[in-house]
Design a protein around this ligand. Structure first.
Ligand SMILES: *[C@@H]1O[C@H](CO)[C@@H](O)[C@H](O)[C@H]1NC(C)=O
Ligand SMILES: *[C@@H]1O[C@H](CO)[C@@H](O)[C@H](O)[C@H]1NC(C)=O
Ligand SMILES: *[C@@H]1O[C@H](CO)[C@@H](O)[C@H](O)[C@H]1NC(C)=O
Ligand SMILES: *[C@@H]1O[C@H](CO)[C@@H](O)[C@H](O)[C@H]1NC(C)=O
Ligand SMILES: *[C@@H]1O[C@H](CO)[C@@H](O)[C@H](O)[C@H]1NC(C)=O
Ligand SMILES: *[C@@H]1O[C@H](CO)[C@@H](O)[C@H](O)[C@H]1NC(C)=O
Ligand SMILES: *[C@@H]1O[C@H](CO)[C@@H](O)[C@H](O)[C@H]1NC(C)=O
Ligand SMILES: *[C@@H]1O[C@H](CO)[C@@H](O)[C@H](O)[C@H]1NC(C)=O
Length: 457
């Protein structure tokens, strides 16, 4: 990969793109390319070398950020890339983007810095509703998801798409699993149908003791067209001072040995005590790397919940001691040699059986709503952005799923009408927010609490 300083890149581009009025044009016209990340067996690869995710979550403005897309803001992005380089990371995770915005400047500057993107395809307004998944799995939602795929598929540094984050967040809502898996399948199918490169697609699971591992088994069971490309877990069980065994990461390493597809931490970094990021040494050690492909520290900027590595005030970034600890920990943790114990054979899991912890009947998935199936051939068109009307209540008989799909057919369309997706009224007035990334949840808990309280009256 060609690697040169971001600021060198910007300077070079500015020189050749100075507008008539003398204002530097920041838009990067020529795309900067990196070697795309691929999946073989249970690991990621950059060419023939194993790739370990060393990253941070990046969503400055998080809590109130319904209208803010951090990688559409060139100024902020270019400023922050300098800190990413100091940290020594190779990946950022972004939770919500505006699929109508242009991301060329930031994505190309990230590429120039050797940094990849793990992108959530949901937004606060366009996501599954964990309280009513059937109605929220509709063509309006999928159009937004597919438009996001269109907006990012051409960047070589798009590492992966996350089809959902913590949709199942409790022992009581495993009934969402078929919908999460269907969305994952649909994104994979869309990428294939539109002729994009094979960008990995998977789901980011909450640390719910009763079902995080059952969901892992579920997302990787069945036919190839229905299996995820990877699984990702949010995990805050290593709270410094701790150890591989005290934290329970030894159990994770054991559980995911022979899992069959890559797994990584889509969020980690417990803040119970001062974080010195001792877990970084474990994560990139062979005790974990046989199963795990690194992870993403939550999160870059302080958003009022104590997880930030830096404070942003206006345009000024101030690093905290945690930033320095993480920088030191990354520098100290070199990648294992010889593939780190990865297994090059992909393998499917066995679907979990229905139980009180796993309230999913059978292994079949809802068929894609027919209007969304049409996007496979026509393309999704212009997305709604972050400020659209939203999708959670948009379902009707006409744009929801109407049957189950036939596994292994490569087809996601309905092959038979069935009652497997129980409908509920679009006019129920429910407005639960399933988009539960921590920056938003602070706001949403209050919001949902109000709505919930009103519903009880
Ligand atoms: C972009 O980020 C800069 C630096 O944080 C900020 O001053 C500016 O308001 C942001 N622009 C938009 C449109 O959000
Ligand atoms: C992606 O690249 C293809 C092939 O160069 C091009 O046809 C398509 O318009 C590009 N899509 C976007 C959204 O830029
Ligand atoms: C799980 O959901 C149930 C029902 O909505 C609720 O009563 C319970 O408090 C939730 N548990 C947690 C840990 O949020
Ligand atoms: C580990 O696997 C067992 C089943 O083999 C499961 O009950 C347990 O919840 C899993 N734990 C984690 C942390 O994945
Ligand atoms: C550096 O790595 C070693 C070996 O992996 C580990 O024992 C040590 O705790 C690490 N130090 C820091 C500061 O992360
Ligand atoms: C690699 O994975 C395959 C499929 O799960 C399994 O059969 C095989 O035993 C694994 N190989 C090693 C060396 O663990
Ligand atoms: C869903 O389908 C119904 C019936 O065709 C249509 O009236 C409605 O506009 C659709 N919803 C959206 C948001 O497209
Ligand atoms: C799950 O999400 C709901 C909002 O949909 C929230 O009220 C609840 O607190 C969350 N439960 C957990 C355990 O985070």
């Amino acid at each position: 990969m060609k690697s040169f300083g971001v600021f060198g890149l910007i300077a070079a581009l500015s020189a050749s793109t100075v507008a008539a009025a003398g204002t530097p044009v920041l838009a990067v016209r020529a795309s900067t390319t990196v070697t795309p990340i691929t999946v073989t067996g249970n690991a990621f690869y950059q060419g023939s070398s194993r790739f370990y995710i060393r990253g941070v979550a990046y969503q400055p403005g998080g809590g109130t950020g319904v209208t803010s897309d951090p990688i559409a803001n060139s100024t902020a992005c270019l400023r922050d890339i300098a800190y990413f380089q100091k940290l020594g990371i190779n990946t950022i995770r972004v939770y919500a983007v505006d699929n109508t915005a242009n991301h060329d400047t930031c994505m190309n500057a990230l590429a120039a810095a050797g940094i990849y993107l793990v992108l959530d395809t949901d937004t606060p307004k366009y996501s599954l509703n964990r309280a009513d998944p059937s109605i929220s799995y509709n063509s309006v939602y999928l159009q937004s998801v597919f438009a996001t795929v269109d907006a990012f598929a051409n960047y070589t540094n798009t590492l992966a798409f996350l089809s959902g984050n913590e949709v199942i967040n409790n022992s009581t809502n495993t009934n969402c699993a078929p919908y999460v898996k269907a969305v994952t399948r649909d994104i994979k199918q869309y990428i294939g149908s539109r002729g994009y490169r094979s960008i990995p697609v998977g789901y980011s699971a909450a640390d719910v003791a009763e079902n995080q591992y059952l969901m892992a088994e579920y997302m990787n069971c069945g036919t190839t067209d229905q299996r995820s490309d990877f699984y990702a877990i949010n995990d805050y069980s290593w709270c410094d001072p701790s150890s591989f065994t005290t934290s329970g990461w030894d159990v994770l390493a054991k559980n995911y040995t022979n899992y069959g597809i890559p797994v990584f931490m889509s969020e980690y970094g417990c803040i119970t005590n001062t974080r010195t990021f001792q877990e970084v040494a474990a994560l990139y050690n062979t005790e974990m790397t046989g199963a795990f492909s690194g992870g993403l520290v939550y999160e870059y900027s302080n958003e009022g919940n104590g997880y930030g590595l830096v404070d942003i005030s206006g345009d000024t970034v101030t690093t905290t001691s945690q930033f320095t600890y993480l920088q030191t920990a990354f520098a100290n943790a070199t990648d294992p040699t010889n593939g780190g114990g990865a297994n090059t054979t992909s393998a499917a899991t066995t679907c979990p059986a229905e139980s009180s912890d796993w309230q999913v009947t059978g292994d079949s998935l809802p068929a894609i709503p027919s209007k969304a199936a049409a996007y496979m051939t026509t393309g999704a068109g212009t997305g709604p952005g972050l400020a659209g009307a939203g999708s959670q209540e948009a379902g009707t008989e006409d744009n929801e799923s109407t049957g189950t799909a036939t596994a292994g057919s490569g087809a996601v369309t309905a092959t038979a009408s069935s009652s497997s997706s129980t409908k509920s009224s679009a006019a129920s007035g429910r407005a639960m927010a399933p988009f539960d990334v921590k920056p938003f949840s602070l706001v949403f808990v209050v919001f949902v609490g109000l709505i919930g309280g009103m519903a009880l009256l």
